[in-house]
Design a protein around this ligand. Sequence first.
Ligand code: FAD
Length: 827
Amino acid sequence: QPRIVVIGLGVVGAALADELTQRGMRHVTVLEQGPLWETGGSSSHAPGFVFQTSPHRTMSLLARRTLDKLDGQKVDGQWLLKRLGGLEIATTPERLHDLSRRHGLAQSWGIPSRLVDPDECAEVWPGLDTSGVLGGFHTPTDGVVKSVPAVRWQAERAVEHGARLVPRTRVVGVTRTGGRVTGVEVLPVPAPDGATPEHVPADVVVACAGLWGPGLARDLLGFELPMMPMEHCFGLSAPVPGLIGRHDVLDEASRPMLRHQDFSLYLREYVDRIGIGAYRHRPMPVEPDGVAGADEFAATGVHPAMHPLTWEDFGPSWDEARRLLPELRDVPFGEGFNGIFSFTPDGGPMLGPVAGVDGLWLAQAVWVTQSAGVGQVMADWIVRDDPGVDTHGLEYTRFDPAVVSRDWTRARAAEAYAEVYDVVHPQASTEVQRGLRTSPFHDRQRELGAVFEQANGWERPLWFEANAPLVDDLDRVPERDAWAARHWSPIAAAEAHATRTAVGLYDMTPLSRLEVSGPGATAFLQHLASNDVDRAVGRVVYALLLDDAGGIRSDVTVTRLGPERYLVGTNGHRDHVYLESRCPDTVRITDLTAGTCGLGLWGPRARDVLERLTDDDVSHAALGYFRAKQLRVAGADVLAMRVSYVGDLGWELWTTADHGRRLWDSLWEAGTSSGLVAGGRRAFHALRLEKGYRAYGSDISREHSPAEAGLGFAVSRRKGDFVGRAALEDRPVRRRLACLTLDDPDAVVLGGEPVLARAAGPGEGAVGYVTSADQAYTLGVTVAYAWLPPELAEPGRALEIEYFGHRLPATVQSEPLVDPEMSRILR
Ligand code: FAD
């Protein structure tokens, strides 16, 4: 059995230690620099609101698991979880509208919820001043977790099952040999002068160090962890006359947790007081050197996760709380503090194995809300190498080192803090740290009036204003409701139309590309890829990277460039880390993304354009579908890959960054007479969906098998063994990714919406949820992919998709909707 060291006993470390011992791990040591049970970290001060509804399915799932685990458990007669329910109120029409989206999300993820009117808000939360309240969202199974008792209960259970818990002991070093962790070095707290660290051997080390995480990563592990502790104002009223005697200390609270997001405010009862948390203030980042160390805490008794309350930040929230709750109006303020906890660039946690150091793991930037769920996932991941849930949005390797810097993290985390209660559109892009990465085509795109989004640091065009006149040529200009029209333009329809009828030019540069080369490269990729990549030089193969359970951990295109040389198109840095972790010494993996660039040239006239610029034969006979060839295009050395994510004739044309501008300009000039247009991401997304191409992360994840995802064609039964193959043999099909169209051609959904049986009653739950959706401009309908039980995924099945409270009739279709016979591509 591995010797496992957990650094930190907050809610995360405690949950993990418990889950590891529950899975039979007998050598678990938890090292905590602070005293028990209030260690001084964030968990010692969290009011413990657990709202389960999130736009991110896995985050909701982990919140549910946290509540399910702690439900009914007690420490010293104190409950760990009280399902008070949650009430979110709307005081603006925009929020009211958003609450119905949240109700839809709750249905998608199976969280009981209902929308309530102002009178019902007052029933759910007696005493609430509902003047100005337009409605609410009530989630009866949400609850409050008492984090210190939750730490204690989980830690004590871990100890009962053999874990060793060592308080007042600080990890000051992480030892490694070669690429493996060998243990940690520790000092007692407080450390005597000149004390030498003691070595604690370990095979697995997990950092659950909360707000000390960034400093620990930088000082002990040597890398920048993109998370930023922030100060957050929290206060308690003085005792409220009406509450005195209503709850005893054990009872603590009875009315639901209340969220007033239009004022970035949350409230709950604390025995005879009201606790108030405020996000409506300037971001106050805390750099690693601003986080008090354990020795300082031992000397001063001042908890490191507490800074003095800054009244100028909190005052307006206190006033608003008194407006909202008349019972507070004559009650003075009690006490408060600025609590500190961590924010990340996208609000998600930082989980997973540390790249390049076997046995080293992170479980950082986790809220109480997901804590016990994260403990389970991490324990499964460490013990079985299978987290069991879709982790792609939780893994810290989702952030590319090419973008991570202290400045970037500070700016993005501040943005995440400011937006924590905002109505955030699912397609909104960050507004900070823009322009970090641009392709060689960027200036040309700007000249065409590109509207950009940001993806992995790259500026990526959404559409081009220069194409606006093309909208007039469309027979029918699609309409959208105000929400769906955000971050969208009808120009996308014109660009899609031009791609299907003439030719479009798409910037593919942000797509991550790795060169995998050296003796053994073929065997290495054959071992990981589901499809047979040991094909002739010049062949392109679409393949899945499966995990041992047969779940899809990513999808890739593998192009053979030489006997032992491949170009692998991936879903980003996360895949690079994975491949690197399995890579034999003889094989080299080089990330080519930054130094190269690529254009997709697609549409029925794509060949006309390309032929004008090259002497090479680019006929179907000479360069067939899923073939690649090195060409000279307008003098530039170009790797032309006959693939198309939009589902039309054409190529991805890859070259080095220095040739990029020349390539764009030449294609542009040569394309004029063929009706070439620049196309943006919105057109691209719609085209790929109507053609039925899946996107990793939104449509598919490691929770799904190839058969469930409709990707069985990417699994070769003829080749030898590969990761996941054995598991596929007897993995049942539990659900299917189905293609639906909305019956009303003017209706649009965006993804995340619940799918319901036709005419389902209010109590009947969702049967599935939409993964991604868009208008299929070629057909004039909206297409929505959704996960459904197999029996409901049959073509012709009539269902409904709920969008902002409206039940939209939808029908399962056989797919792909566009060009099932492949005549557009194979010409
Ligand atoms: P911590 O609780 O900080 O634990 C980390 C532990 O690691 C500490 O005990 C520390 O001493 C130890 N440690 C660090 N470095 C070392 C080392 N080198 N050696 C040994 N030990 C080390 N979350 C919610 O879900 N809902 C809420 O309503 C909510 N409200 C909040 C309000 C406030 C005011 C605050 C402060 C936080 C709130 N949070 C809330 C956030 C939540 O508290 C944290 O995200 C969570 O507690 C983090 O848990 P953790 O175990 O990662 O970190």
